[in-house]
Design a protein around this ligand. Structure first.
Ligand code: NAD
Length: 418
């Protein structure tokens, strides 16, 4: 990524920026900037050749004032304790901004999953689930998928937990396959909220999403679904990329076709509709109406931000802008829809999945999508109200004001004890 900004420091800076608009004791603000606890552990497992290997893994439980800790588990070689702490904090404020009754957590294993067989990944995942067992639970901490994890890993974690606890507890984890208690609409939920917030911000600006040109960095789950749904609204997906590079066509790609190509070949590069193969940096600085960073954090630093030409940036990834980039884009009047709202569709439908698990009752995909639409639109309206009422410099600070006030209310209503 472009910049080595520490994501945990970025989170703390975002909270400091918002705290200027909030009436709270410094001592309480300090609480809002740091995790309640972090598990750091060794996972020792057997490789297929019989040798033993040990990986580092983390779970950060940032804040539980509004409900069980909630947040994904990431498998990536770049996972660090500080990254997991930052991601868990972003989950707190994400759940609060969309007003679902969860706190925030996040986990990760420092691993390149491509280097391991499926059997090895299962042993690693079950080893992690065993370490997590004392601290997770339907009412304690509810993990979910994140980068390089999906239904398969969630099913293994659920099975390990239920076996060790001698119970059934599908709500201990979300993002499961449908037959293991997953929800309709979960796989598409993050991209769907990216689409909804993009549509709403263009509407707020008095512009149509139809006909806009869109560049998407990171054509994975969040990015490719957002592209597909925006295309359905008439937007033109002119550039997409993944870790091996990007492709550009000013007339636009068929988003579903590019996804099918990536699934088949492992990359978007080489797609026959590409007029030009471009770098990720080229993609970020294209002259488009809408830019969607959907890869990892710190994709855009201040230097790249100086070159960004998009009018609107909708953050599908968590933390894709460094604080320096945020300042530059605020200065250039670029509208940035912050991650804690834009990608909140994933955790919102995770919440719906958990509700369905607790009720032992399944909703239709139509109901899931309708409820999601309502939650994200309400949250967007609340964000705009805060932006206008407090005259914050950008939408991110407004989102943190809304979210922090909700967490503070829950904390204060609970009181301090002893
Ligand atoms: P994913 O693994 O499905 O996709 C990530 C994509 O990014 C891949 O195509 C990968 O090739 C690409 N990528 C990696 N490094 C890159 C680089 N340097 N330049 C360009 N592309 C690069 O992951 P995902 O689930 O889509 O998650 C993407 C982002 O969205 C992450 O920040 C994640 O935390 C966030 N997010 C995901 C969800 C969800 O439900 N999937 C929910 C909320 C937030």
């Amino acid at each position: 990524m472009a910049n080595e900004a520490n994501p945990f420091e970025s989170l703390q800076e975002q909270i400091d920026d918002a705290s200027a608009y909030i009436d709270a004791d410094d001592g309480v603000l300090e609480r809002l900037k740091n995790p309640e606890r972090v598990l750091e552990t060794n996972l020792t497992f057997e490789r297929d050749d019989g040798s033993l290997e040990t990986l580092r893994a983390f779970r950060s439980q940032f804040n539980g004032d509004r409900g069980p800790y909630k947040g994904g588990i990431r498998y990536h070689p770049g996972v660090t304790r500080d990254e997991v702490k930052a991601l868990s904090g972003w989950m707190v404020y994400k759940c609060a901004v969309v007003d679902i009754p969860y706190g925030g957590g996040k986990g990760g294993i420092e691993i390149d999953p491509e280097q391991y067989s499926e059997d090895e990944l299962e042993r690693i995942t079950r080893a992690f689930a065993t370490e997590l067992r004392p601290i997770i639970g339907e009412d304690r901490d509810v993990p979910a998928p994140d980068v390089n994890t999906g239904q398969r890993e969630m099913n293994w974690i659920k099975d390990t937990y239920e076996t060790l606890e001698n119970t059934t507890a599908p709500g201990v984890i979300t993002g499961k396959a449908i037959d293991s208690g997953g929800s309709e609409g979960r796989v598409e939920a993050t991209g769907r909220s990216v689409m909804i917030t993009a549509r709403e911000v263009f509407d707020y600006l008095g512009e149509q999403i139809e006909g806009t040109s869109v560049a998407v960095q990171g054509y994975g789950n969040a990015g490719s679904v957002a592209a597909k749904l925006l295309e359905d609204l008439g937007a033109n997906i002119v550039a997409v990329s993944d870790s091996s590079g990007g492709i550009y066509n000013p007339r636009g790609f068929d988003a579903r076709d590019v996804k099918a190509f990536k699934t088949e070949t492992g990359s978007v590069s080489g797609h026959d509709e590409a007029v030009e193969e471009i770098s990720n940096e080229d993609l970020l600085t294209l002259d488009v109406d809408l830019l969607i960073p959907a890869a990892l954090e710190n994709a855009i630093d201040a230097e790249i931000a100086e070159e960004v030409q998009a009018d609107v940036v909708v953050e599908a990834a968590n933390g894709p802008l460094t604080p320096g980039a945020d300042d530059v884009l605020t200065g250039s009047n670029t509208w940035v829809v912050p991650d804690i709202l834009a990608n909140a569709g994933g955790v919102t439908v995770s919440y719906f999945e958990w509700v369905q698990n607790r009720q032992r009752f399944s909703w239709t995909e139509e109901r899931v999508n309708d409820e999601l639409e309502a939650v994200i639109c309400d949250a967007f309206d609340g964000l705009i109200d805060a932006y206008e009422e407090h005259d914050t410099p950008n939408l991110r600070t407004a989102a943190y004001v809304v979210a922090i006030e909700r967490v503070l209310d829950a904390f204060e209503q609970g009181g301090t004890w002893p």
